[in-house]
Ligand binder design. Structure first.
Ligand SMILES: Nc1ncnc2c1ncn2[C@@H]1O[C@H](COP(=O)(O)OP(=O)(O)OP(=O)(O)O)[C@@H](O)[C@H]1O
Ligand SMILES: [Mg+2]
Length: 449
């Protein structure tokens, strides 16, 4: 996950470039010939490729042509020797972004790269409806560039302008509320209220009152009429957050409202018609709750007309760097993050997702001097205790629990040492790649890894 690929056969020069760039927090990878470049390019995404025209195995122009076919977003910079300016012109015609004639000033190269990266980042920001978003005041900024987030953004763009009920599913901290707000802001209802209700935060007895309101005298202490959230949201959007936590009784009432688009206030005698769009969100597996009879199947189908799954951060680590920059900007920080610190972030699996990343960066920003270094990033030491709820009863069970823990430690350590290179890790610990993957999966499921 580097910003730039340097394709250069002269090793000392390439290493010097890499070091100078990394001083400026620009990450680089090296390829010493065309073959290596093509291989890396297929595996990873680079914002920029800096290509030497003269390579041992392939002509720079030909390499440019092939790389361009692999990734059309990358910007290509060409390095040519003095006196071969025609080649540079040829490269420009093929769509290279710029060229530098050797020997060049490294400062000049860095300035050029910084300019390109800034442009690229601006382009990636607000992935959601880049054009429309900028026109809509107050729409949330959604950051991301990887295919996972792009897919979510596309789905949202399709659903937003309709009145379809949208169900946003995702782990905690993945941005469910952010996407829900964006969905509202991109709909024709955007000038009407967006009313969020957290079904998990309000005690069940009070929730009904919150949702539907009450008439004066509906119960002891109801001294005035109270307007509920559904009524407040009229012509707008109701966001039912943590909808999986609704109790069965309220689920039935909610279903009725969704079907009829009307309800009565508590203690009320007449029916109130409403016009609201529903967006629901949950971090629980609703289908599972249905199976366990904790969630009504009919309500589930009603809500999941248009489900959108927001992937956890660990599945879209390509967005980490952009998110960090975004968070630092929101903090009005003038610090940036070192490549080694970024690497540390990408080795962690972020159970609390973007919210956890925000907290981590906020802390690091306070601790760090000018640049955030790995030691400024405090990540929880994942404590694995041998006993989760209770001690194993038999010695056999104890032995197997102990063995699992030991395996987890070895896997964790080796993944760290190999910088998450799973095939290398598998080789080192003497199992097949497949075995390692299935172990990782197993231990993740158990919350040990
Ligand atoms: N793609 C993104 N770009 C920028 N900021 C984001 C993105 N996704 C999430 N965030 C930020 O992360 C934080 C958590 O997002 P949000 O509250 O929407 O998550 P959530 O899924 O509703 O979490 P929870 O389940 O804990 O309620 C917010 O500060 C939000 O602005
Ligand atoms: Mg939320």
């Amino acid at each position: 996950m580097a910003d730039i690929l340097i394709v250069e056969d002269k090793e000392s020069f390439a290493t010097m470039l890499k070091a100078s760039l990394e001083d400026e927090s620009i990450t680089a990878q090296l390829a010493k010939d065309g073959r290596a470049a093509l291989r890396l390019f297929k595996k990873e995404k680079f914002e920029i490729a800096l290509i030497d025209m003269k390579l041992p195995d392939i002509d720079g122009i030909e390499l440019l042509r092939q790389l361009k076919r692999t990734d059309t977003d990358t910007k290509f910079l060409i390095m040519t020797a003095f006196g071969t300016i025609e080649r540079a012109v040829e490269a420009m015609k093929l769509g290279a972004y710029d060229f530098l004639t050797k020997p060049f000033d490294v400062e000049q190269l860095i300035a050029l790269i910084q300019r390109i990266l800034q442009e690229q980042r601006r382009y990636y920001e607000n992935i959601l409806l880049r054009d429309e978003m900028s026109k809509i005041h107050g729409a949330p900024e959604i950051i991301g560039k990887g295919p996972a987030v792009k897919h979510v953004a596309e789905l949202l763009q399709k659903a937003a302008p309709t009145d379809t009920t949208v169900l946003i599913v995702g782990e905690s901290g993945t941005g469910k509320e952010l996407f829900a707000r964006a969905c509202h802001m991109l709909s024709p209802r955007k000038d009407n209220p967006f009313v969020a209700i957290n079904c998990a935060a309000i005690p069940h007895q009070l929730l009904e009152h919150e949702l539907f309101g009450s008439e004066k005298g509906a119960f002891t202490g109801a001294v005035a009429r109270k307007i509920g959230k559904f009524e407040l949201a009229n012509k707008g959007t109701v966001f039912l957050d943590e909808v999986g936590d609704l109790d069965l009784d309220l689920q039935a009432k909610l279903l009725r409202v969704l079907q009829e688009m009307n309800f009565e206030r508590l203690g009320g005698t007449y029916t109130i018609n409403i016009d609201v769009r529903i967006i629901a969100a949950t971090n629980r597996d609703l289908m599972n709750l249905v199976k366990e009879k904790k969630f009504r199947e009919d309500l589930y189908y009603r809500l999941s007309v248009f489900p959108i799954r927001i992937p956890p951060l660990r599945e879209r680590k390509e967005d980490l760097r952009l998110l960090v920059d975004h968070i630092l900007r929101k903090l009005h920080s003038d610090k940036n993050i070192s490549p080694r610190a970024t690497e540390k972030l990408s080795r962690y699996d972020w159970p609390g997702n973007i919210r956890e990343l925000e907290n981590t960066i906020e802390r690091a920003n306070i601790i760090a001097k000018k640049k955030i270094q790995p030691e400024d990033i405090l990540l929880p030491e994942r404590k694995v205790s041998l006993v989760k709820e209770e001690l194993p009863r038999t010695l056999k069970a104890a032995a197997s629990a102990g063995r699992e823990l030991a395996e987890v430690e070895v896997i964790k350590k080796t993944l760290e040492q190999t910088q998450n290179n799973k095939s290398e890790a598998a080789r080192r610990i003497g199992v097949s790649y497949k075995t390692l993957l299935s172990r990782i999966k197993k231990y993740r499921k158990k919350g040990l890894l």
